[in-house]
Design a protein around this ligand. Structure first.
Ligand code: GDD
Ligand code: MN
Length: 352
């Protein structure tokens, strides 16, 4: 089995020698190659990498026509001749000693092995608590938005190994820089596992990512949601919800004005009928391809979601009103929160 280690670089000259040396020690028992994809770095990383290729099995691709971390990795996939691809950073934040563990996970049957900061035994060195919080929060948003990656604790890691078949023929879009997330959504694989590692400190040079990172990340998630059909579901769920408003109002009117029922009590069956209406349409339309649970369970879970949504709506409403927000505006925020909660509970549990 041949291993191709793909290393995207931009101004990493001072890290290369140690990187190559530690990779060569780690992979001493393997047939391997290192593919450096450099975007014409001003510090001439590509030139130094070529010099080092006399001592290490390194191939250097110097790109002058294109830039960007993800597209560099994709280019590396195209050039690689191995059966297993490993992707890692050049700055030694990804310890090369972990590579054999990733490869062993693949040998044991995984298609993708992720070096993960967020499984037991993994971590990050010297990050303030708020940096961790932002990182974990961002990952949580991704996992909730994309059910396919919901079991992966660190889907944005830049350090991973995979069988070549996973990305061969996959339509990878190089726009976002979370290439692993792109692969986990679009790749051809059955089993993805995580191997703990500690994200170390940069050895030399400086980080290139940052700045517009969060906005780009959200855009990337949105594009992947479109690809997965999750945005379609969100739109259908919204339309069904709106139909429920009419059902609710219509029955309430009929019960009170036509049948003369008590106004307070009539609201209960009117609401239940709206819930049943919404369930029906979501079941045969929004989530029709996801009926994995028996009907009675879906029905119960849908009610749980409705109840949870109502409670959340009320809590947000009450909190905002107490903070002095106008009650109608407060209710709008409550409704929005309830909508998100209901969509997520239904997507992950009812039709999960
Ligand atoms: N070819 C190329 N082109 N390489 C690039 C580019 C580019 O435009 N931008 C960055 N790189 C290379 C760097 O030289 C380094 O080897 C690697 O990509 C990671 O860049 P850093 O600047 O060190 O990123 P980071 O440490 O902030 O982020 C890392 O950790 C994240 C998780 O917290 C990366 O591994 C991310 O992918 C990862 O999500
Ligand atoms: Mn780094």
């Amino acid at each position: 089995m041949k291993v191709s280690v793909i290393v995207p670089t931009y101004n990493e000259r001072d890290n290369l020698e140690e990187l190559f040396e530690r990779i060569s020690v780690s992979l001493a028992d393997y047939d391997y190659e290192i593919i450096v994809v450099d975007d014409d770095s001003p510090d001439k990383t590509w030139e130094f990498a070529r010099q080092l290729s006399e001592r290490y099995p390194v191939r250097v691709i110097r790109r002058t026509d294109e830039k960007g971390l993800s597209s560099a990795v994709i280019r590396g996939f195209k050039e690689a001749s191995g059966d297993v691809f490993v992707v890692m950073d050049a700055d030694l934040q990804h310890p090369p000693e972990v590579i054999p563990e990733l490869i062993r996970a693949i040998e044991r049957g995984a298609d993708v092995a992720i070096a993960s900061r967020y499984v037991p035994g993994g971590g990050v060195k010297d990050w303030y608590w708020y940096r961790k919080l932002i990182s974990k929060g961002a990952i949580m948003v991704g996992r909730l938005a994309l059910p396919k990656i919901r079991d992966i604790k660190d889907p944005v890691s830049g350090f991973f190994a995979l069988r070549r078949e996973v990305v061969e023929g996959a339509e990878l879009n190089p726009v976002g820089f979370k290439i692993l997330m792109e692969i986990l959504v679009k790749g051809n694989y059955n089993k993805a596992v995580e191997v703990p590692f500690t994200f170390g400190l940069r050895r030399a040079g400086e980080s290139k990512l940052g700045g517009k990172t969060i906005l780009n990340y959200l855009k990337h998630i949105y594009r992947l949601m479109c690809w997965e059909g999750e945005i379609d579901r969100l739109i259908k769920f919204t339309l069904v919800g709106l139909s429920g408003v009419f059902v609710n109002q219509g029955f309430l009117w009929a019960f009170v004005s036509k049948l003369g029922w008590d106004k307070i009590l009539a609201n209960i069956p009117a609401t239940e009928l709206a819930i049943l209406n919404n369930f029906l349409w979501n079941d045969i339309w929004t989530f029709r391809d996801l009926k994995r649970k028996p009907l009675w369970r879906r029905l119960i879970n849908f009610h749980v979601a409705a109840l949870t949504g109502a409670v959340v709506q009320w809590i947000i409403y009450a909190a905002l009103v107490l903070l002095g927000v106008h009650y109608l505006l407060a209710n709008m925020f409550g409704i929005l929160a309830s909508f998100i909660v209901r969509f997520l509970v239904n997507r992950h549990v009812t039709w999960g």
